[in-house]
Design a binder for this molecule. Sequence first.
Ligand code: PLP
Length: 376
Amino acid sequence: MIKAYFDNAATTPLDPQVIEVMQEILFQHYGNASSIHAPGRKARSIIEEARKIVAKEIKASVGEVFFTGSATESNNTILHGAVKDLGVKTIITSPIEHDCILERTEVEHKDGCEVIMIEVNDQGQLDLSILENEIQKAKTRGGVLVSLMHANNEIGTIFPIEKIGELCKKHAVFFHTDTVQSMGKLEIDVQKMNVHFLSGSAHKFHGPKGVGFFYMRSDAMIKPMIVGGAQERNMRSGTENVAGIAGLAKALQIYSANRAAYCDKMLQLRNYFESQILEKMPVVSINGFSNPERMPHISSVSFPGTDKADLLVLNLDIKGVCVSSGSACSAGIEQDSHVLQAIGHDPHRKTIRFSFSHFNTKEEIDYTIDTLKSLM
Ligand code: PLP
């Protein structure tokens, strides 16, 4: 039985209002949006309405929003397309990006694209003068794409996207940002951010799984990665997930309308959690704690490396507390995740990510802290 779901950076429960919208579509508006009959036209109008909502929320034009099956797909499409269609010879990124960015850059690298990693410090911060220097050097080799995430999914730290956008504009290079962890929670304005591309995913803001989107500025048109039926104005073939798309738009609309209240609630919960854990378990440390730019929903906590700490995620699960481990198992050996490695985290310590939503309560935190104390 779930006593406390603190894995909202992995995925969030559906908002009941989103379920309502999706249920109606699944039952009643099941037409294929490419069909010309009335149910098909209805499905098409639902998708176009959703596109308008998303475009409005991120301050884009309607024609610049494309729905996909996930942010993983969006990110792959953008990075691959930039190299293939826009003459990009260098991708500049960071070692704390999501695996779908890092693995895509590896593929592009194997195909001859240069990949430059801008290191981060122990608080997950970038040095923008190093970034600018690397942009200038990379430009001598040809087209450049800077791909830097808005908010990190493991430690919650935020990159200064508007400043990075200014740099990219100054040097006339392409800019992509992965806004999966910030979408809904932070204000997104593609104009102010100066981005050419941006990606998002519904299931991180109480929408359904298996639906994402990307923004592509009209002066940076790439070609599709998935071809076939020419859906999404030929940018992404495949019969549209109508209910999922409508669910994404509804979830984003609800989140944005309640942004201040939701974020305030999460910030209070996170601050309460961190003050409690630091007071009751002074041996812990919080990754990225000194970074003033941190998301309200993520707390990455490191415990001294003991046998008990190694089993914490499992034992918390037995007690009904759902969290994520900050380590990955590689060849049977547990290692710090690539993000923790990049911030120079002590690999002997065991890290757990607690991630919150506005549906969580103070009582759940009290229960979790008590449980943690009993397990250590
Ligand atoms: N980017 C970031 C920062 C993420 O946190 C995630 C999911 O955890 C993704 C991309 C991938 O999103 P999706 O689950 O939609 O493929």
